[in-house]
Write a new protein. Sequence first.
Length: 200
Amino acid sequence: MNAFSKTVKPGASYQDVLDAPDHKTAEIIDGVFYLQAEAAPPHREVLDGFVELLRPPFQRGRGGPGGWWIKAEPELYFGDRDYRTLVPDLAGWRRERLPTFPRRWADLTVAPDWVCEIVSPSTARIDRVGKMPIYAEAGVSHCWIVDPLARTLEIFALLNGRWTLMGTHAGDDTAQAMPFEAIDLALDDLWLPGEDDDET
């Protein structure tokens, strides 16, 4: 089983999520249980990088406007958790909508304002086709799709109930990405060096 492989099980229940190994990501997407192996290093590098870049200015208010909760891999329920239990790679909530963050995921009833999915060859389809429509239905305002192998960032906004691509950045671009356009994101800081990169 490689780092991106997953097990799919129809007829799932939330008990399958509870029974999943701690080091794997368990989700139920429209009644189908997905068990994903531990993320590969390029995925983890992007995830850790975004936490380092976004949490200080937007959650802590250090060098930025504050006013957000930024969480990595939160377990979110969209209706019946036996039918839709999703784990985005990152999610953010404006504090004007969620003043206090609950101590248990089960008590989190407010949909996020922003989600970010870090895709791999085996997860891109389910992230785009399976999860993005659920986020749209729940009224999530912003979605980022990041491909660490292609080194791309796609920025989507929910307009009239549909995802609209607002911008695409790649490589060593510096991005001002909604809803965090208050700071510049140096994308080159997110990618693991490749074999052909100059590491001097």
